[in-house]
Structure formats: C-alpha cells, structure tokens
Design a protein around this ligand. Structure first.
Ligand code: ADP
Ligand code: MG
Length: 247
C-alpha cells in the first residue's frame, strides 16, 4: 500500500533549482534512508512533504489525498488534515523551552482538542516510558542531554498518532556517545512497523534498519534501492564517490 507518492516535484529558490523532478513512492511500513551530500536538497524535500516549504511544480499525495497536484495546492483546511498524518523530528529538536517534557508532549494534542485530557495524559505517560524518560516528565528541556531532548522530540511527534514519521538528521547535532540512544528508539519504531523517512549520515543505521535507500545529489535522486545494493554495488559514480567519503 502506497502511503506517499511524490511525482516530478520541483522547487527553486530564485535561480537555484533545489529539487529537480523528484519522483518516489513510500509504502506502508517502509523505512527509507535518504542520504546525500550537504546541499543536495534532502531537507527541502522533507519540509515540502509537511508543507513547511511550498513546491513550484509536481504532486505530493499522502495516503490517497493530494497535498498538491500538478503544482496546485489543496485548500488550507485540507492541507492541515493531510499534513497532520505526518510527524517531523528535526536536527535541533525544536522543543518548547518554557514547557516541561510532559507539557511539550501534551501541548499539540490538547490544542487540537479531539481527545479527552485523560487520554492524552495516558499516552504521554506511556510514550515517556517507551523512550525511557518517565522520571524526567517535569524537567525543562534545558536540563536534558541532547540525546534525551531528541527522544522527547520523537515522543512528541508520536503523540499525534502520525501514520508517517519524518526525521531530518536526528543525530547530527548530538555528541557521538548520545547518538546510540536515539537510533535505538528509531530502530524500535521500525520494528513496530512505523513508516519512516530518515535523512541521515548514519550509514550503519541505513544499512541495518532501512529497507530502502535513496541517494540524492544536486536536487536529484541519483539512485535508490535495497541497502545491500546501494552500499555494496552502487551503480553510479556519484554514489560511489559519496559512499567512499562517508563510510
Ligand atoms: P540538504 O538538506 O541536502 O543539505 P537543503 O535542502 O537544506 O539541502 O538545501 C538545498 C539547497 O537549497 C542548498 O543549496 C541550500 O543552500 C538551498 N536553500 C535551502 N533553503 C533555502 C532558502 N530558504 N533560501 C535559499 N536557498 C535555500
Ligand atoms: Mg539538511
């Protein structure tokens, strides 16, 4: 079952063509690792999916609903409904500094007011347990390590029950000794069959956890395939050169 269908996605900043006719599908339960050099358009691609950027052409369809079709966006209310199927985790966590861990988790669901507070609190308790931070519920983000902050950011995204989670270099801002605890949570989500797109420099994670790897360079998807194909038998020189620099 196809959850995300991206076709001929185009995006420019002025004269700079950042995404050139990007086309790919994401199936339910896929864990897709997106790799590629800095500036290749990975963040812009992810941000376009959740409407943090507007594209200039092409289509994005999320579990059967067009966010944008042939460059024409759906109505604002539809956009809100469609993008709410996805959760996003950023490199720099983006937690609310003036709210506790528990409040960070509960803010968005309480604003949406679709559920009773008791249900929201039940879920935040459960998710804090899942990420191993039950004892930090009333701590402020400033008191947490980077790895803890990123685990909270993941739990916060999960609070909205997304169908798809997007990660933009979730471990790139962390000290090396803290990346493992974040990758472990992501690995667990993958084992629970969460559909995920992960932009990452962690080639070990891409090899071990992803079922497909997309290599981007200069605004294009150069190749995509099984991790074993991409890592052991890349077809294109640009992929080989990138992997030689990264492994
Ligand atoms: P990546 O995540 O792969 O490093 P990005 O998607 O962040 O790449 O950026 C792709 C290109 O778009 C880069 O050349 C970057 O400088 C440019 N870019 C990104 N955001 C903007 C912006 N808001 N205005 C102008 N150029 C941008
Ligand atoms: Mg980026």
């Amino acid at each position: 079952m196809v959850l995300i269908e991206v076709s001929n996605l185009k995006k420019s900043y002025g004269k700079l063509d950042v995404l050139k006719q990007i086309t790919f599908d994401v199936n339910k339960n896929d864990v897709i690792a997106v790799i590629g050099p800095s500036g290749s358009g990975k963040s812009t691609m992810l941000r376009s999916l959740v409407h943090l950027e507007e594209i200039d052409g092409g289509s994005i369809c999320i579990s059967g609903d067009y966010l944008v079709k042939d460059g024409i966006y759906s109505k604002p209310q539809e956009i809100k409904r469609i993008t709410s199927k996805m959760g996003m985790v950023f490199q720099h966590f983006n937690l609310f500094p003036h709210l506790t861990v528990k409040e960070n988790l509960e803010l968005a669901p309480k604003l949406v007011k679709k559920e009773l507070n008791a249900e929201i609190e039940r879920r935040s308790t459960e998710l804090l347990k899942k990420i191993g931070l039950s004892d930090r519920a009333s701590a402020y983000p400033a008191k947490l390590s980077g790895g803890q902050k990123q685990r909270v950011a993941i739990a916060r995204a999960l609070m909205m029950n997304p169908e798809i989670l997007l990660f933009d270099e979730p471990t790139s801002a962390l000290d090396p000794e803290l990346t493992g605890e974040v990758l472990q949570v992501m690995k667990q989500l993958a084992e629970e069959h969460m559909t995920m797109i992960v932009v990452t420099h962690e080639m070990g994670f891409a090899k071990e956890v992803a079922n497909r790897v997309i290599f981007m360079d200069n605004g294009e998807i150069i190749e995509s395939g099984l991790p074993t194909e991409i890592f052991t038998n890349p077809k294109f020189e640009r992929t080989k050169a990138f992997l030689n620099r990264s492994l």
